[in-house]
Write a protein that binds this ligand. Structure first.
Ligand SMILES: NC(=O)c1ccc[n+]([C@@H]2O[C@H](COP(=O)([O-])OP(=O)(O)OC[C@H]3O[C@@H](n4cnc5c(N)ncnc54)[C@H](O)[C@@H]3O)[C@@H](O)[C@H]2O)c1
Length: 249
């Protein structure tokens, strides 16, 4: 096993957007370490497929179809989780979207979509989960930002949302650390998933040349550090932003 974090066993973990990509790899890695995993996605097909695949090894998996921008769906997800397993130890706010375009042509819909899923969705899930975690006086919240938070042309909406996730993480860590709940953030660089599928080969080659490790990230490269933030190996890490990008800053 690549990462051995024994205390992950029997913890209850919700990973949003875990029907594919980084979220699916993360859900799989938690399951491989004996966690009980909520596989959640807006896309019913991939949600059920991923849950079935992860469950095949005997792991305890609960598929929940939910749109993180809809508070009532988020609340229902927390309720179903607590009903089944009685607690929530870790929330991974992974679901995210891009809707790229140059600023001068960016329509309000494009702007709102990126902010709504990446930032407002993170607020809804966290707000609902903290209400459960605070009763247990423990928990770990892991948010997904991005290297793009430093400003990517053609992504003002996404960059703004992912920079917002950093401020959210730092402020909340200060606010709820005293409740025993840690809040941290992973900021991936360039990772091979559906999100980066559309990048033309030539640009992809150029990007890889600019990465000191000379390769794109794989979803497992991000899942490992997420597991670290959920485990007691990171018990004194709070309000941290961990860049996982092969050395690009
Ligand atoms: N891939 C990268 O290079 C990269 C880089 C930096 C940050 N990230 C971040 O990592 C996270 C995962 O990205 P990925 O590359 O695995 O993307 P992905 O597109 O492969 O998977 C994202 C999943 O989120 C789901 N989703 C979208 N909107 C949702 C909603 N409203 N409610 C619930 N689920 C929803 C999608 O259906 C999809 O299954 C995102 O937050 C993304 O911004 C990715």
């Amino acid at each position: 096993m690549k990462y051995a974090f024994e205390d992950i066993k029997d913890t209850v973990v919700i990973v949003t957007g875990s029907g594919r990509g980084i979220g699916k790899a993360t859900a799989q890695m938690f399951a491989d370490h004996g966690a009980k995993v909520v596989v959640s996605d807006i896309d019913e097909g991939v949600c059920k497929e991923a849950a079935e695949e992860i469950g095949r090894s005997g792991a305890e998996v609960l598929p929940i179809v939910a749109n993180i921008t809809k508070r009532e769906e988020v609340d229902a997800m927390m309720d179903k989780t607590v009903e089944k397993w009685g607690k929530i130890d870790t929330l991974v706010n992974n679901a995210g979207v891009t809707k790229d375009g140059l600023f001068l042509r960016m329509k309000p819909d494009q702007w709102n979509f990126a902010i709504d899923v990446n930032l407002n969705g993170t607020y809804h899930c966290t707000h609902a989960a903290v209400n459960v975690m605070r009763k247990a006086k423990k928990g770990s919240i892991i948010n997904l930002s991005s290297l793009s938070r430093t400003g990517n042309p053609g992504q003002v909406n996404y960059s703004a949302a992912k920079a917002g996730v950093i401020g959210f993480t730092k402020a909340l860590a200060k606010e709820i650390g005293s409740m025993g709940i840690r809040v941290n953030c992973i900021a991936p660089g360039f990772v091979e998933t559906r999100l980066t599928d559309a990048i033309p080969d030539k640009l992809r080659e150029e990007m890889i040349k600019s990465i000191p490790l000379r390769r794109e990230g794989e979803p497992d490269d991000i899942a490992g550090p997420i597991l670290f933030l959920a485990s007691q190996l990171s018990s004194y890490v709070n309000g941290a932003i961990i860049d996982v990008n092969g050395g690009v800053y």
